[in-house]
Design a protein around this ligand. Structure first.
Ligand code: SF4
Ligand code: SF4
Length: 391
């Protein structure tokens, strides 16, 4: 009988080198040690979450101190670590990955620890056939990913306004360089289709090991403008689907409501059913996050279909601009996949009828000036009431 997928959960309350090293060693011991994943001389890609140029305390990007410890662990096994990603969004055709590497502290951490740094937007790309998906029959993926002997995925424990949760599967979306990422939102506006594309990308760039940074997590309207939440956890697994299932469960989701987890499970890319996962270290109950805010879409999906969802239809929050916060940079307009934002009187104006509710504008606005909210005041009040889910 094949052995169960294993997910290890450990408590870690700060980003000090000693605590990180001890916890990481403990996590890896449960999985057979780093030497199970890295052989001497191998190229090891460490795929961090570098969503946007934000400093570590904003909880948007993988913490540089954890990246540094992981690099040291790879080096101790004789591996050649390369830290890489492609951030979201372009401004005047220029990506923000380089700035994100600097502001997140990841470039400095990587270089100090002795790793190469790869900005996927500046590296060669290769065409990867994806014949079973008519919506996206081919991917343009960074060659660094293709050339790696081993891939280690380092997601951040965060909510996501559109996909509800962002973990190991969603983190591999960054292997697609630059503006191409926005193109997938355009060709797959439905969550189910977009999630299938994410799962396909994960399959083509499947990590050998996942180490999730959940010390400073993000709750509410993630993945860029939610609220930092001290979860004090690190998670690790050789099965990214199982890790996503466990991580989403401790946030308060049912893993089957996360489309990427469900689809990956259906395609036998990993184990998405909690009961079939061998959980080591802390139990799910011990790790459960209390008073953790979920994104509004998740709250809506919890409401009985008979008395709200049926009545109001498949409601989705609309993106709105907060003029007081907007600095009129035009970043949202340039990165809207379906080009439905115009600049009126210098401020962005959204054509709500043509908006596909991908929330890229919310995710990428550097000022947090875009919020996703329901038009009905009553529904908004109800959402506020329900947003603190008791675990
Ligand atoms: S909403 Fe954000 S991204 Fe758009 S113009 Fe204003 S500050 Fe820039
Ligand atoms: S306006 Fe915002 S949510 Fe609507 S399609 Fe454009 S980027 Fe997506």
């Amino acid at each position: 009988m094949p052995s169960k997928s294993k997910v290890v959960i450990s408590r870690c309350c700060d980003y000090q080198d000693e605590s990180l090293k001890a916890t990481l060693d403990q996590l890896l011991r449960h999985l057979g040690g780093m030497e199970r994943f890295v052989q001497p001389g191998e190229k090891v890609l460490i795929k961090v979450n570098l969503l946007s140029p934000k400093s570590p305390e904003k909880a948007v990007t993988t913490h540089p101190a954890l990246v540094k410890q992981l690099i040291k662990s790879v080096l101790s096994c004789g591996g050649k670590p390369i830290v890489g990603d492609s951030s979201g969004g372009m401004m005047k055709g220029k990506s923000s990955t380089s700035r994100a590497l600097d502001i997140s502290g990841i470039r400095q951490a990587a270089e100090e620890a002795g790793a190469e740094v790869a900005n996927f937007d500046q590296e060669e790309v290769i065409q990867v056939p994806n014949i079973d998906n008519p919506i996206a029959s081919e991917f343009r993926m960074s060659k660094v990913v293709h050339d790696a002997d081993t891939i280690i995925c380092m997601p951040k424990l965060k909510t996501h306004t559109a996909t509800l949760f962002t973990g190991a599967i969603k983190n591999m979306f960054g292997t697609i360089p630059g503006y191409q990422k926005a193109e997938y939102h355009r060709i797959a506006p439905k969550l189910e289709d977009f999630s299938k594309i994410l799962v396909d990308i994960y399959q083509h760039a499947k990590p050998d090991l996942v180490v999730m940074d959940g010390i400073l997590a993000m709750e509410g309207p993630g993945p860029a403008h939610g609220h930092p939440y001290k979860a004090n956890l690190l998670l690790a697994s050789a099965d990214g689907v199982a890790l996503d299932a466990v991580a989403s469960k401790i946030m308060g989701f049912d893993p089957s409501e996360i489309a990427t987890t469900r689809i990956a499970q259906e395609h036998h890319l990993g184990e998405g059913r909690i009961d079939n996962i061998d959980i080591r270290g802390l139990s799910v109950e011990e790790a459960m996050l209390s008073d953790f805010s979920l994104p509004s879409q998740a709250i809506l999906s919890r409401i009985s279909p008979f008395w709200i969802r049926r009545g109001l239809g498949m409601l989705k929050a609309r993106p709105h601009i907060i003029k007081e916060k907007c600095v009129r940079c035009g970043f949202c307009r340039e990165n809207c996949p379906v080009q439905v934002i115009s600049m009126e009187d210098g401020f962005p104006e959204i054509d709500q009828k043509r908006c596909i509710k991908c929330y890229c504008c919310q995710e990428l606005c550097p000022e947090g000036a875009v919020v996703a909210q329901y038009d009905s005041l009553l529904l908004r009040a109800y959402m506020r009431l329900m947003s603190k889910k008791s675990t």
